[in-house]
Design a protein around this ligand. Sequence first.
Ligand SMILES: Cc1cc2nc3c(=O)[nH]c(=O)nc-3n(C[C@H](O)[C@H](O)[C@H](O)COP(=O)(O)OP(=O)(O)OC[C@H]3O[C@@H](n4cnc5c(N)ncnc54)[C@H](O)[C@@H]3O)c2cc1C
Length: 555
Amino acid sequence: MRELGPAHGSPGDAGPAIPDGEAVSDERPREEWRVTHADVIVVGAGPTGLMLAAELCLAGVRPLVLERQPQLRETPKANGFNGQIVELVRYRGLLDRVEAASGRPVGPAPEAPFGGVHLDFSHLADSPLWAVHLPQPRLERLLGERASELGADIRRGHEVVGVSQDDAAVTAGVRGPDGRYRVTTRYLVGCDGPHSAVRDLAGIPFPGTTYPEVNRLGEVTLPGSVTRLGDGDLDVPGLGRLRRGFTRTDRGVFGFGSLTSGALLVQTTEDEPAGAGDDAPMTLTEFQDSIRRVLGADLPLAEVTRLSRYAFQARQAERYRDRRILVAGDAAHQFPATGIGINYGMLDAVNLAWKLAGVVSGWAPAGLLDTYHSERHFAGARALLQTQAQVALRRGQDPAARDLRELFLELLADEQPMRRMAALIAGAGLRYPMPGASQHPLAGAFAPDLTLHTGDGTTSVAELMRPARPILLDLAGRPDLRETARDWQHRVDVHTATTDHRPADALLIRPDAHVAWAAATGEPAAAAGPALREALSSWFGAPRKTAVPLTGRPA
Ligand SMILES: Cc1cc2nc3c(=O)[nH]c(=O)nc-3n(C[C@H](O)[C@H](O)[C@H](O)COP(=O)(O)OP(=O)(O)OC[C@H]3O[C@@H](n4cnc5c(N)ncnc54)[C@H](O)[C@@H]3O)c2cc1C
């Protein structure tokens, strides 16, 4: 077994190594190790790991979540999240809980930073970019409670310190509050953040770039000498008016915004040699010095409750899967812009959970689990494209750089490009490549939330997606298609409904709310039937009447 070096744990606490590739079973414990078994281990209880745990439970697999921190995280990272995951959270019926935890209604983001400029989405009708204001510790509490309610076993204070795998199993060495033990599992998912030990132990390369910008962040209150003006700007003695949002100077960028607590989140960005001071905790003096360098004067501060420093990285795991080990969330990608990490991490989890559950339960068709890498690596690459473009856009204080930003804003004056930018930031409008001949425009896309009229009343796609089961939605009274789907009725729910402005005769929707297949309006049964059968087989396995036990079969 490969183990973490002393840098990841206490010196002298490495304990005995677990032999490489040794298949471990409950019947054959080594004396130093208690051995237990779990179908799936999730390493890390951040937003990605907790979402994955809940989704696995919905898909019928009870995971073991191992989190090294003994308590729920207190230090805030994100102040909220945005993007396509907000819609998915709504599809799971969680929006009420999220709003209750947030204390604010969830809605379209009126603005978003992009490459050092502010995009104003306030005039966009039906904006695809929705935002939730919810500090990360509260999000993690909510997700943790939900995963536990659904049956996940979450163990805090349990750090994974070694991992090995062979053809049959993965073994994780764990350092827990009562000593070390090991767990065998069929699959292990590293949701253990940007410095992922799982990724490193599995030997998955994480290539990319660390940019030379250093961001310093402080949560502060201001003394009476600083006036907060009605429009959110600040009037600072000796400095004058500081506009809400970003202020560029010759030395860098200064920015601030209000928090619900009434405090301000203040940030500076300066170009410095990569990795400068990365490991040392940031001090108040360092923060004040940075503000003085950027603004050319001091900003009086009353109370400072949180200080952090971070650099931007653009990195993506070369593979999201190495046999029985997978990575998701920040362990799989790092983007050089704020505000999108949670969206992409939780969407990784939603994409992976039902596929992994299919493999563990034995019904997954060959290759299903590999589509996790192909789809989410593709999604991550799209996110890298827009966030690296932001690096180029925000770089530089000279007239050429300023003109580039001004021209960029000019190009966004019309509604259509602005809508496109909102969709890009949200990660909406992403279409996964779908197998098969039928290439309906909705195939691969996130299923639209159609209002559905049924014999029992009105419902919606969002309502039907709550249990996270696949559905075949017959929108045109097509008994031929319902008949085809009958062989999968143990796995796929069939619903008949009508909708205004019907986009297709039928939609086959996966548990992650992406459309696996769609029948064009009026598509003849001779074409639609075999295409649906192929889609059902390639996503949801063998039909019942010919089903054979698939346990142990490689995915
Ligand atoms: C200052 C700051 C502001 C941010 N603002 C935003 C924002 O506004 N919006 C947004 O979407 N994103 C934001 N982000 C990014 C966001 O916080 C991350 O994208 C998100 O936390 C990723 O979630 P994750 O679950 O993948 O990883 P993490 O949140 O890093 O969780 C990983 C978990 O794994 C645990 N772990 C690590 N190693 C082990 C081990 N060996 N064994 C067991 N457990 C382990 C860790 O303790 C941790 O709990 C911000 C980040 C920072 C630093």
